[in-house]
Ligand binder design. Structure first.
Ligand SMILES: Nc1nc2c(c(=O)[nH]1)N[C@H]1C(S)=C(S)[C@@H](COP(=O)(O)O)O[C@H]1N2
Ligand SMILES: [Mo]
Length: 321
């Protein structure tokens, strides 16, 4: 396996020779189990072109953690988004992220790890078997979806970098590039978007790095090419288009916590018993259902208590919201 490790964190995969990237991509396609058509296409055209061909992840492992609830339609999952880098309206990202090209992509690994460096996406996700995980997804604004993600456990990835004993938290950072992310021209958020998890949350088997949904690559508006999925937390913890992961001794800040500490806590576990200061969190509207279907009860930890409640034993969840 060819992991590219650099000591300096300022070397991007775009600086590595084209042939190397080209070979890496072909490996990537093979390892992702994409269809023969895409593989053949990959041999003759750029990946960007190949991506527009029908291509599916094949033989995805099913997960014991998947819900059997009715899936939200693809059109809703990819048409109703929060991704302020492409505008603040729910229908903006689908339109304004169309031109975004997430290839090539690299992620800088920094901080309290034995193996920091800049890793090509293709290189560092190669060893992991991809799974389909159907998760409930609850936005802090009071709506929810059921999304069939394609991804791998963040824990498997983290182990590769050998965190030191000082690594108590993990910080994630989204790409900051005004040319490619037009929403960043407006100062609606302090860019780049960042998020954080406690180390045990990051290592929890439910925590996923998603690289696709509905059996295909991640659409740009959903955070291509790679984003975080933490199903027991509110939507905004699920940071998109990640370019940096930093391991820290102290609790990192996060974008929403920074701009509204009274409204958005660091933990942000889904909790119907703790209301948002401006609205109740007891119920949710399922996207795709007609309004007359009404609201549904929100579940503590979004229904994933069995897998995650133990991490918060003894903590006052009204204080650490
Ligand atoms: N970088 C970045 N990540 C982000 C956001 C964002 O604006 N920028 N929005 C968050 C919010 S509020 C939600 S609800 C989810 C939405 O994910 P989806 O569009 O895939 O449903 O992404 C989260 N991740
Ligand atoms: Mo959200």
């Amino acid at each position: 396996m060819s992991i590219i490790i650099k000591n300096k964190s300022d070397i991007l995969s775009s600086e590595i020779t084209d042939q190397k990237i080209y070979d890496g991509r072909r490996e990537f396609i093979k390892n992702m189990g994409l269809g023969t058509a895409a593989l053949l296409a990959g041999a003759n055209m750029s990946i960007a072109e190949a991506k527009t061909q029908a291509q599916k992840y094949k033989n995805l492992a099913k997960s014991q953690f998947s819900t059997t609830e009715k899936l939200t339609d693809f059109s809703d999952i990819t048409g109703y988004n929060n991704f302020y880098e492409f505008g603040t309206g729910k229908y903006d990202p689908a339109k304004r992220a169309k031109e975004f090209n997430p290839d090539p992509w690299s992620i800088a690994i920094e901080g309290e790890v034995e193996k920091p460096g800049v890793y090509n996406l293709e290189d560092f996700i190669k060893p992991y078997a991809l799974e389909e995980r159907i998760y409930r997804f609850r936005c802090v604004e009071g709506w929810s979806m059921v999304i069939p993600w394609v991804g791998f456990p963040l824990a498997d990835m983290i182990k590769q970098f050998k965190p030191t004993s000082k690594a108590k938290y993990v910080e994630f950072v989204t790409l900051y590039d005004k040319e490619r992310m037009p929403g960043q021209a407006l100062r609606v958020l302090p860019w780049p978007y960042t998020e954080g998890l406690r180390m045990d949350e990051a290592m929890n088997p439910l925590t996923l790095m998603a690289v696709g949904l509905y059996g295909n690559e991640l659409p740009n508006q959903n955070g291509a090419p790679i984003r975080l999925v933490v199903p027991w937390k509110y939507g905004f913890k699920n940071i998109k288009s990640i370019v940096k992961i930093r391991f820290t001794e102290h609790q990192p800040t996060s974008t929403w916590n920074k701009i509204g500490p009274k409204e958005y806590g660091f933990y942000s576990n889904v909790n119907p018993e703790v209301d948002h200061p401006r609205w109740s969190q007891k119920t949710e509207r399922k996207i795709g259902e007609p309004f007359w279907a009404g609201k549904h009860k929100t579940l503590k930890f979004n229904g994933y208590g069995e897998q995650v409640a133990h991490m918060y034993k003894g903590m006052d969840l009204k204080k650490f919201f």
